[in-house]
Design a protein. Structure first.
Length: 394
């Protein structure tokens, strides 16, 4: 039987469910099993009340109105609904949409889908730290620009984008602004009013909640956003998204956000301490290591490192007891460099040397110390077995 790593450092991929979240969900799998759309009995009423309570928690977290929260299956669906829903509802002459090149594939692939349908797409570059320049957003706007999509925090390198500044630009130019907040929701302060955000996507499983549930915030005032529904059949969620609502998952989402809000400052402080400890102690031993992304505007739990001339897959396979991930994706059995690393200007070889470690709520200091020891030992071992090891220039 395969032995799984004992130290989990892949929390940007998904998080373990908080036991308090599971406890809140369990009654809705057993005695409180009603369908929220069943209006003629107490089981349905109880389910509906639980859903609206969670919807209120999510709305408060974003400084949104309760009716502006639409439940979906996750961030990918929310992004598809937002982009396709806005574009397909456009009846005027606007035919241009903007994003940047380190977005998640959920955005880039959806933009590509719209390009194939005749939309003009602008994909902006980022700087060496992974940040997009708001001036580039402004200069790319045209008279027929309908939508700008920018992720709040990058899933691979943790870079936090200047969302507020971009939101101001979009609002001043009467352009819809969509934010992918999968990595930032529940971790950073988000005020959709102050940041001029019109659409925002997020998921529960990035913040110790259940998989299979997400949200789309849809601004309903100045401007009121109209979307063409992508799923028909019943007109649930005020017509934005049909389908029976998963009550237990929604309850879990609300509980996860409630817990995150109560502990955000302390949790970020602890994660930042662990993050910097790992970066400092790894780079002290391996001085050629490259820290990817911004050191200032960065998620407190994210570490992305390049180990020049060493394939990231080799590091992960040889490393015992640490669960992490590469910045690369396997496509048709061929290892391809991460589009995020390539966007930073890295060569294919250097991009393929990137490893992401993402710390979480349940990691302990002993685990961090053990992980540092194992990482340094593994990299040293690989270097020692590779006489031709050399440094790469970025």
């Amino acid at each position: 039987m395969e032995k799984y790593p004992s130290i989990y450092l892949d929390n940007n991929a998904t998080t373990p469910m908080d036991p308090r979240v599971l406890e809140a969900m369990l009654p809705f799998y057993k005695e409180k099993f009603g369908n929220a759309a069943s209006i003629h009995h107490s089981f349905g009423h109880e389910a509906k009340k639980a859903i609206e309570n969670s919807r209120k928690i999510l709305a408060v977290e974003l400084n949104a109105k309760i009716r502006e929260i639409v439940f979906t299956s996750g961030t990918t669906e929310s992004i598809n609904l937002a982009i396709k829903g806005v574009c397909e509802n456009e009846t005027g002459k606007k035919n241009h949409i903007i994003t940047q090149n380190t977005e998640h594939k959920a955005v880039l692939d959806t933009y590509d889908s719209m390009r194939k349908k005749g939309w003009e797409v602008t994909i902006l570059p980022v700087g060496s730290d992974g940040c997009v320049n708001p001036d580039d957003v402004l200069s790319s706007i045209k008279g027929d620009t309908l939508l700008v999509t920018i992720m709040h925090a990058n899933n691979e390198i943790g870079t936090i984008q200047p969302v507020k500044e971009i939101g101001e630009i979009c609002r001043e130019n009467s352009i819809y602004f969509l934010v992918d907040a999968a990595q930032s929701f529940g971790k950073l302060n988000i005020d959709v009013q102050e940041m001029n955000i019109d659409l925002l996507a997020a998921s529960a499983h990035k913040i110790y909640g259940p998989k299979g549930i997400g949200l789309l915030y849809v601004n309903q005032k100045n401007p009121r956003i109209k979307l063409k529904s992508q799923i028909d059949g019943g007109g649930h969620e005020r017509g934005f998204r049909s389908g029976t609502l998963p009550v237990a998952l929604i309850v879990g989402f609300g509980e996860a956000v409630k817990i995150a809000g109560e502990n955000q400052k302390e949790e970020n402080r602890q994660l930042l301490k662990f993050r910097d400890k790992m970066i400092n102690e790894i780079t002290a031993v391996h001085s050629d290591t490259i820290v990817n992304g911004s050191r200032v505007n960065r998620l407190s739990n994210n570490i992305n490192l390049c180990f020049p001339s060493i394939d990231a897959e080799t590091i992960i396979m040889k490393m015992k007891g640490v669960a992490c991930s590469t910045g690369s994706a396997c496509s048709s059995a061929n290892l391809e460099p991460s589009h995020v690393m390539k966007a930073l200007g890295y060569s294919n070889e250097l991009a393929l040397s990137s490893v992401r470690f993402s710390i979480g709520r349940f990691n302990t200091e002993d685990e961090i110390d053990s992980a540092i020891t194992e990482i340094n030992k593994t990299v040293s071992l690989i270097k020692g077995n590779s006489p031709g090891h050399r440094l790469l220039n970025v």
